[in-house]
Design a protein. Structure first.
Length: 436
C-alpha cells in the first residue's frame, strides 16, 4: 500500500465497520502527537487548538504521563478497586481534595467519563436530599447518556430521536449576556437571570422537590458562555436558602483551563459537588465526583462504583498530571496564554465585523461570529468555512454554540509561542478571507 492511499484505505474500512452516528470532524487519521502538534498517517502536521475537546491541557504524550503509564502497566492494569484496592486511587483522591475549591472535608468517587461523573453527582444529590428534581440550564451540555443528554439543552444532534428523556429534569435560562434571554443589558439588569431562579420555583418546580442545581462555570458546547461576576454567588445563595445542592460541572473548565485549577475560583464559589474529567488524566478515561464528605458519605456501601472506575493506569496518569501542574508552573503558563489570546481575539473583533463577541476566562476563550452585529444574526456557514479553512492550512479548530456560530480554543497549555502565533495567524487569515 502506498502512503498516499493510507487515509483512503482507513476511510473505506471505517465506512464498513464503524457506526455512522459516531462521526469525526475531519478525515485526518492521527499517527502521533506531541505537545501541541499532531501528525497524521500521511505525514502532514497540524497545530492543535482543540486538545481532544479540552482533554490535553498538559499536552500530547507528556513524558511524565507516558512514564507513569508505562510503569503502572508493568505492575498491573486492573483488579477492580471494589475487589482489590490500590494506592493510586487514594493518593489521587487526596490531591483532588486539596485542589477542588471548598474549605471543608471532601470525599471522591472515581468513574470513567464526564457523563458518568455527572450521573453519579445527580444520584448522590438525590440520595442525600431525598428530593427528585434537578435544575439544569439552557445551552448546557452534560453528556450523551440518557440522564446527561436530558440535562443537555441542544436537541440536534445530542437528543434528537433518543427520547423519552429522564424525568424530573428542568431547564432554566442562563446568563447569556450577549443574547440575554430577558432582553436586558448588563450591568443595568442587576443580574435578573440569577434571581429568576426564585420565579422558576413558582412556575416550574418547587424548591422542596429540588435536589440540586447543576451548572457549567463556563458553558462548553453551548458556546463558552460566561456569566457576570455576581451570577454564581447569587445563585449559590438561593440554593443554600432552599437546602438545594450546588453542582459545578468542571469537566471542561477544570484542570487549569481558565488560569486557575478550577473555574469556580474566579467567582469565589464553593460547590457542594464538583465533577472533574477531560484533562484530569491527559487522555486516559478517568473522571471524578468530589464533594462535601457528609454528602458523599451518605450513600450506603456498594451504592456507587463501577468495574473500571479509578483504573490504575488512569490514576497514575492523573497523578503525573497533578505533578506537572505543581512542578512546571502550568497555571502561570495558562494565565499568560490567556492574556495573549485575549489581546489577539480583541484585535480580531476590532478588525472583522464578523466577530460579534469575545468571551471566556483565561485561555478558555471564544469568538461568536455574526452576519450582522446589530441584529446578531448567527453566522453558522461562516463558522464552518473558517474551521475548514484553518484545517486546510494545518490548524485544528473547533466550533460550538447552540447556533453553531462560535469558534472556541482549547489548545494544550504547553503550546509554544511560535505554534500559538502561527495558529492565530491562520485564524486571522481565515477571517480576512471570509470578509472578502
Amino acid at each position: 500500500m502506498t502512503e498516499s492511499s493510507t487515509t483512503d484505505y482507513i476511510s473505506n474500512l471505517r465506512d464498513k465497520v464503524v457506526a455512522k452516528g459516531h462521526t469525526s470532524g475531519t478525515n485526518c487519521y492521527v499517527e502521533k502527537a506531541a505537545g501541541a502538534m499532531i501528525y497524521d498517517v500521511e505525514g502532514r502536521e497540524y497545530i492543535d487548538f482543540a486538545g481532544g475537546i479540552g482533554v490535553m491541557n498538559v499536552g500530547h504524550s507528556h513524558p511524565k504521563v507516558v512514564a507513569a503509564i508505562k510503569d503502572q502497566a508493568e505492575k498491573f492494569t486492573h483488579t477492580c478497586f471494589m475487589v482489590l484496592p490500590y494506592e493510586p486511587v487514594v493518593k489521587l483522591a487526596e490531591k483532588l481534595r486539596n485542589a477542588v475549591p471548598g474549605d471543608f472535608p471532601k470525599s471522591t468517587l472515581f468513574v470513567n467519563s464526564g457523563a458518568e461523573a455527572v450521573e453519579n453527582a445527580v444520584k448522590i444529590a438525590r440520595y442525600h436530599t431525598k428530593r427528585p428534581a434537578i435544575i439544569s440550564f439552557d445551552n448546557a451540555f452534560h453528556g450523551r447518556t440518557l440522564l446527561t443528554m436530558t440535562l443537555t439543552s441542544k436537541i440536534k444532534p445530542y437528543k434528537f430521536g433518543f427520547g423519552p428523556y429522564a424525568p424530573e429534569i428542568y431547564h432554566m435560562p442562563y446568563a447569556y449576556c450577549y443574547r440575554c434571554p430577558f432582553g436586558l443589558s448588563y450591568p443595568d439588569c442587576n443580574v435578573t437571570c440569577a434571581d429568576h431562579l426564585k420565579e422558576f420555583f413558582i412556575s416550574r418546580v418547587a424548591p422542596e422537590s429540588t435536589a440540586a442545581v447543576i451548572v457549567e462555570p463556563i458553558q462548553g458546547e453551548g458556546g463558552f458562555i460566561t456569566p457576570p461576576p455576581e451570577y454564581f454567588p447569587k445563585l449559590k445563595k438561593i440554593c443554600e436558602d432552599e437546602g438545594i445542592l450546588f453542582i459545578a460541572d468542571e469537566i471542561q473548565t477544570g484542570m487549569g483551563r481558565t488560569g486557575t485549577m478550577f473555574a469556580m475560583e474566579h467567582w469565589g464559589v464553593q460547590a457542594d459537588i464538583t465533577t472533574v474529567a477531560k484533562s484530569l488524566a491527559a487522555g486516559m478515561p478517568l473522571s471524578a465526583v468530589v464533594g462535601r464528605k457528609e454528602i458523599m458519605d451518605t450513600v450506603h456501601p456498594g451504592g456507587i462504583g463501577g468495574t473500571y472506575g479509578g483504573n490504575p493506569l488512569a490514576c497514575r496518569a492523573a497523578l503525573a498530571v497533578m505533578e506537572i501542574f505543581e512542578t512546571e508552573n502550568l497555571l502561570q503558563k495558562s494565565r499568560k496564554l490567556g492574556d495573549k489570546l485575549r489581546k489577539r481575539f480583541d484585535e480580531f473583533k476590532e478588525n472583522f465585523e464578523l466577530v460579534g463577541d469575545v468571551r471566556g476566562v483565561g485561555p478558555m476563550l471564544a469568538l461568536e461570529l455574526v452576519k450582522d452585529r446589530k441584529a446578531k444574526t448567527p453566522a453558522a456557514d461562516g463558522t464552518k468555512a473558517l474551521v475548514k479553512y484553518c484545517f486546510e492550512k494545518g490548524l485544528i479548530l473547533l466550533s460550538c454554540g447552540s447556533y453553531g456560530n462560535v469558534i472556541r480554543v482549547l489548545m494544550p497549555l504547553v503550546i509554544t509561542d511560535e505554534q500559538l502565533e502561527k495558529g492565530l495567524a491562520i485564524i486571522g487569515d481565515g477571517l480576512a478571507t471570509l470578509k472578502k
